[in-house]
Design a binder for this molecule. Structure first.
Ligand code: CA
Length: 152
């Protein structure tokens, strides 16, 4: 079974808990990994969220996350909610090496397989346990949800 990146489907949209000027949620699904290509919240830490809405039901197997490429503006805990009512939670690591010069460092990529295939129309990702409680503007640089399309 070949999987592809569902966040790059035409007509996929997004909403977010807040937006820093010029860093909208669409930058988390634009396929680009760079400093000026990331969704950034407006001063949010724990509880900031981004919801990706697909044009129809999809099956998701694997998730890959590029955290924000900015010192400390990442989360230790990532909670995924799906339209079928199921959840997934993963623990991420903080890095002190996240700066604007190394946004595409492959060591920053978080990758995991869901324990079961999930069929969903959307994925809401909420971050908790900010890497540094004194900073804000947490967000994500790119969300890659790998799976299959279940609609025509
Ligand atoms: Ca991006």
């Amino acid at each position: 079974m070949s999987l592809f990146n569902l966040t790059r489907l035409p007509h996929t949209t997004c909403t977010a808990s807040s937006t820093y000027p010029d860093y909208p949620c669409t930058l988390a699904i634009d396929g680009l990994v760079a400093d000026n290509k990331q969704w950034t919240s407006m001063g949010e830490k724990d509880g900031a969220w981004i919801n990706i809405i697909f044009p129809g039901p999809v099956l998701i197997k694997t998730i890959k996350i590029w955290p924000r490429c900015a010192l400390y503006d990442q989360f230790r805990t990532l909670v995924f909610e799906f339209s079928d009512g199921s959840h997934a939670k993963i623990t991420a690591h903080c890095s002190t090496n996240r700066d604007f010069r190394n946004c595409d460092d492959p060591d920053l990529l978080i990758s995991f397989d869901l324990t079961a295939y999930v069929v969903t129309k959307w994925v809401k990702l909420t971050g908790y346990d900010s890497c540094d409680p004194t900073t804000g503007n947490n967000g994500f640089m790119e969300l890659i949800y790998l799976g299959m399309v279940l609609f025509d």
